[in-house]
Write a protein that binds this ligand. Structure first.
Ligand SMILES: Cc1cc2nc3c(=O)[nH]c(=O)nc-3n(C[C@H](O)[C@H](O)[C@H](O)COP(=O)(O)OP(=O)(O)OC[C@H]3O[C@@H](n4cnc5c(N)ncnc54)[C@H](O)[C@@H]3O)c2cc1C
Length: 392
């Protein structure tokens, strides 16, 4: 064994993105926790690359319920968790072209079943809210007034800070390179030393299947998918601060104000190996083209472009729960494009499942069950369809 640090804990958490940070925060209230992050700082992969949006109207039925179960924490975090609000007003406008109006009607019905404040508005009102939209493009729109901007860094740092205050150790430059089960404990080797605990939480994002395989646990077939985003300046004098996030009902693009510029994404979802993702020029060009078709804006300079990996299970729902094949191996992965907004509920679910093998009551009351999240659902022949979900 190296001279490097060695530690034991009740739980080792692998990965320091929003999932691992949230899990460390909740689990540190129950016992000792060591979080192991490969990079020199936490949050530089998917967590640091998101659209920072909170909506209860995006993702499958499981995701929507997890977002709903997260709203209370995000609206009213515990005292001292952060020094300014985590949510701020934004609203989300979902627009449709003439050929998408039937799809918009279905989306409205689905959305309102869970969130009755979501309403149809006429194209003129949609254009009044985002005045660059072309009247000949927008044939219908729905508005989610209570969608919010989410302070991702505030939430992530809040989880890490509060986890440390509860005694958790957060270690960076600690890539998990080997995992072995020895004497009823997981023994984990990293450049920062060797660590052991009876329970490992796999919160390694795009690398979650790879981390499982290190432990001899069969992969779940999680697929990282690259999504591109870029910022463009807006014409001088154009006041965009109050615009909603504008999302196309076919998920072909979306845009929103972002610190004085416009955030744009072509809503791409290109399967990728786990990696430090980077944007493809073609995806940026596709995003610019779709924005120009829908609005009167002309994309000249792109001030910053980036990409991140959104990692999905076959049915689009997260994977939270113990692996049936490996005692003490716990999954917290597959958050897709929704891992920030759902992190409060998923962190609580993780802790409750480890503590007493059941979901928190508020998640059950929303209609969620263990089998919606369990890794086992992906092993027993796999899900029947890509989106079975708890529709709506
Ligand atoms: C463009 C884009 C827009 C998005 N918009 C939104 C949005 O508006 N709202 C929303 O809720 N979600 C959004 N998402 C999704 C969200 O960002 C992810 O669901 C979430 O960040 C996943 O968090 P994570 O902690 O699982 O993964 P990550 O943040 O990727 O963290 C995983 C960590 O594990 C570490 N790791 C991996 N392997 C090892 C190892 N062997 N040892 C130690 N550490 C390891 C990695 O270094 C990494 O830090 C968006 C994503 C993208 C890319």
């Amino acid at each position: 064994m190296s001279a490097a640090e060695t530690g034991t804990a009740d739980v080792l958490v692998v990965g320091g993105g929003i999932a691992g940070a949230g899990a460390a925060y909740e689990l540190a209230a129950l016992g000792s926790v060591i979080l192991l992050e490969r990079e020199s700082q936490c949050g530089i992969h998917a967590t640091g690359r998101s659209a920072a949006s909170f909506t209860e109207n995006y993702g499958n039925g499981v995701i929507r319920r997890l977002a709903m179960a997260s709203r209370a924490f995000l609206t009213d975090p515990p005292a001292g968790f952060c020094d300014h609000p985590l949510l701020s007003p934004r609203g989300m406008l979902t627009i449709a072209r003439a050929d998408q109006v039937a799809l918009l009607a279905l989306e409205l019905e689905r959305a309102r079943a869970l969130v009755p404040t979501i309403v149809a508005i006429d194209p003129a009102e949609a254009i009044a809210r985002a005045p660059v939209l072309r009247p000949d493009y927008v044939a219908g729109a729905i508005l989610e007034p209570d969608a919010r901007d989410l302070d991702v860094n505030g939430l992530h740092q809040g989880f890490l800070r509060a986890a440390r205050a509860r005694g958790a150790r957060i270690l960076v430059k600690a890539e998990v390179e080997a995992i072995a089960r020895e004497g009823g404990r997981w023994s984990v080797t990293t450049p920062a030393g060797r660590f052991s605990a009876p329970i490992v939480v796999n919160a390694a994002g795009a690398w979650a299947d790879a981390v499982a395989e290190l432990a001899g646990v069969p992969a779940l077939g999680l697929v990282p998918k690259r999504r591109t985003a870029f910022n463009i300046p807006v014409p001088a004098g154009m006041d965009i601060a109050g615009w909603p996030l504008v999302n196309d009902v076919g998920e072909e693009f979306y845009f929103k104000p972002d610190a004085g510029q416009l955030f744009v994404s072509p809503a791409d979802a290109t399967p990728s190996p786990p990696m430090d993702a980077y944007p493809d020029d073609l995806d940026v060009a596709i995003g610019a083209d779709r924005l120009e078709r829908a609005t009167v804006l002309t994309v000249g300079r792109v001030s910053h472009a980036w990409a991140g990996l959104r990692t999905f299970a076959a049915d689009g729902s997260p994977v939270v729960g113990p692996d049936e094949a490996a005692e003490g191996f716990f999954w917290l992965a597959g958050q897709g494009g929704y891992g920030i907004k759902t992190s409060p509920a998923l962190s609580r679910a993780c802790a409750a499942l480890i503590r007493d093998r059941r979901l928190p009551d508020d998640l059950t009351a929303l209609g969620l069950s263990l089998s919606d999240l369990s890794p086992g659902r992906l092993r027993r022949g796999g899900p029947a369809s890509p989106q079975p979900d708890l529709t709506p």
